[in-house]
Design a protein around this ligand. Structure first.
Ligand code: UGA
Length: 457
């Protein structure tokens, strides 16, 4: 029997399975929208912390939302999938799909387990909604899995509803999404999700309903496009570094063309994080499986350009210090972007670790990323403040554009360092101010403009 919209409760109770960046944010945001929400995770430590209102990662505005809805009673957490199965009318799947060890493809183990577990545990008619980023074809396979494991008297509708939130803006992006995409092949899931997202729909947020494959592909296409945009400008940075020219002006100038747009054209050390790098690799792996090897081959170059930016910083560091061995290098930033404590595939941390590996005396500082960085690379020197990292530095590398770094006063900073040499790895500093304060200012995508001009050519 097919379930109908009327078999799902009027004010549905929600569960969110997986309480990482995506799941914890989704759970708290759904509580903010007025729903009763149960967050589920297999990690008892995470659940214990979340239940006490302690967020296991840094995300602006989320701690407040978490506390608010633990108090309102609308948000609870559990490790029990049986409890979730008895509680929920709509179950969101928000577990990770990391890159497989030693391969480009996505590891679907957690998604498969979560879907299977909730489908088995559901005690009444419900909807399962996948939010994780998955290889195309997964939703249809998972729908069959649900049908094969669910209890015979329970009807389960299935949908794919990809998530587009950015770390650092996760709450805002979830509560005010710029579009909602739902892949489904029955009305029950669509009706249920219209109710969940009623507020956004009332504000005229596009609500796009489609098939499973399109919904899955929308997500990876968006991330692949963003990654391509960044590598596109970074490939021009390689040219301007060689011939002269100014990558920031170039980006501004092409960005004025509304068809191109200025966003995601900031040249620098490139993209990292838990999404863009792994998603472009997983997409290539998936299309290869489909026999379309050449189709996404350009993404291989996108990845290569991105990784070359890291090598470029290391080369520049060598030439500015006459070899980095035993040189004091201040690395500002370890997270993959500001307003996050996430160091997954972070260009900044990768560069710091490689310089350390080449004998440099690396002192790193990051406003929120120290703990996660130290877990990955315990042997780097972690300074307790920006000033401590800069003290006696022979070279300063700005690798993540935290506001604290963007606002540094070149005159004050000059008093701390041994050599006034800086590489602006994110193209965020006011170059004239730094040069006027006597610094050798270097940036990715900019031919050397001051004393050490020769070093970069
Ligand atoms: C990205 C997408 O932007 C989200 O829409 C998507 O939902 C998310 O992945 C996901 O798949 O979950 P996020 O990983 O939070 O979000 O980070 P972005 O803001 O996209 O930045 C990615 C990387 O690109 C960062 O390392 C950033 O520093 C770099 N970047 C960004 C540049 O190097 N230049 C730019 O102009 C913009």
């Amino acid at each position: 029997m097919k379930i109908t919209p009327s078999t799902i409760a009027n004010s549905p109770r929600l569960t969110v399975i997986g309480t990482g960046y995506l799941g914890a944010t989704h759970a708290a945001a759904m509580a903010e929208l007025g729903f009763e929400v149960l967050g589920v995770d297999v990690d008892p430590d995470k659940i214990e912390r979340l239940s006490r209102g302690v967020l296991p990662f840094h995300e602006p505005d989320l701690p407040e939302l978490l506390t608010k809805h633990l108090s309102s009673g609308r948000l609870k957490f559990t490790t029990s999938i049986e409890e979730a199965g008895a509680f929920g009318d709509i179950h969101f799947i928000a577990v990770g799909t990391p890159q497989k060890e030693g391969e480009g493809g996505a590891d679907m183990t957690y998604v498969d387990e979560a879907v299977s577990a909730i489908a088995t545990s559901a005690t009444h008619d419900c909807v399962i909604v996948g939010k994780s980023t998955v290889p195309v074809g997964s939703a249809r396979r998972l729908q069959n899995l649900v049908e094969s494991v669910k209890r015979p008297n329970v009807n389960i509708s299935f949908a794919w509803n990809p998530e587009f939130l950015r770390e650092g803006f996760a709450v805002q992006d979830t509560l005010q999404p710029d579009r909602l995409v739902v892949g489904a092949d029955d009305d029950t899931a669509i009706t249920a999700l219209r109710e969940v997202y009623a507020e956004a729909i009332l504000r005229d947020t596009p609500f796009i309903t489609t098939d499973f494959e399109t919904a899955e592909l929308v997500k990876v296409a968006a991330n692949a496009f963003l990654a391509t945009k960044i590598s596109f400008i970074n490939s021009f940075a390689e040219v301007t570094e060689r011939v002269g020219g100014d990558i920031r002006t170039l980006a501004d100038a092409i960005g004025h063309d509304a068809r191109i747009g200025r966003k995601f054209l900031n040249a620098g050390v490139g993209f990292g994080g838990g999404c863009l790098p792994k998603d472009i690799r997983a997409l290539q792996a998936r299309v290869s499986e489909l026999g379309l090897d050449r189709t996404m081959a350009f993404l291989h170059e996108v990845d290569n350009i991105n990784l070359r930016r890291r090598e470029r910083v290391i080369d520049v560091a060598h030439s500015l210090t006459n070899g980095v061995n035993k040189k004091k290098i201040a690395v500002l930033g370890t997270t993959f972007k500001p307003n996050s404590d996430d160091v997954r595939d972070s260009p900044a941390l990768d560069i710091a670790a490689r310089l350390y590996g080449q004998g440099a005396d690396v002192r790193v500082y990051d406003p929120k990323g120290m703990e996660n960085s130290a877990k990955r690379f315990p042997r780097l020197t972690y300074s307790e403040s920006l000033e401590a990292a800069l003290e006696g530095a022979e070279l300063v590398l700005l690798l993540t554009e935290w506001q604290e770094f963007c606002e540094m006063d070149p005159v004050q900073i000059a008093l701390l360092v041994d050599s006034k040499t800086i590489v602006d790895g994110r193209n965020v500093l006011n170059r004239t101010n730094w040069i006027d304060a006597g610094w050798d200012y270097h940036a990715l995508g900019l031919k050397a403009v001051h004393a050490a001009e020769v070093a970069l050519v």
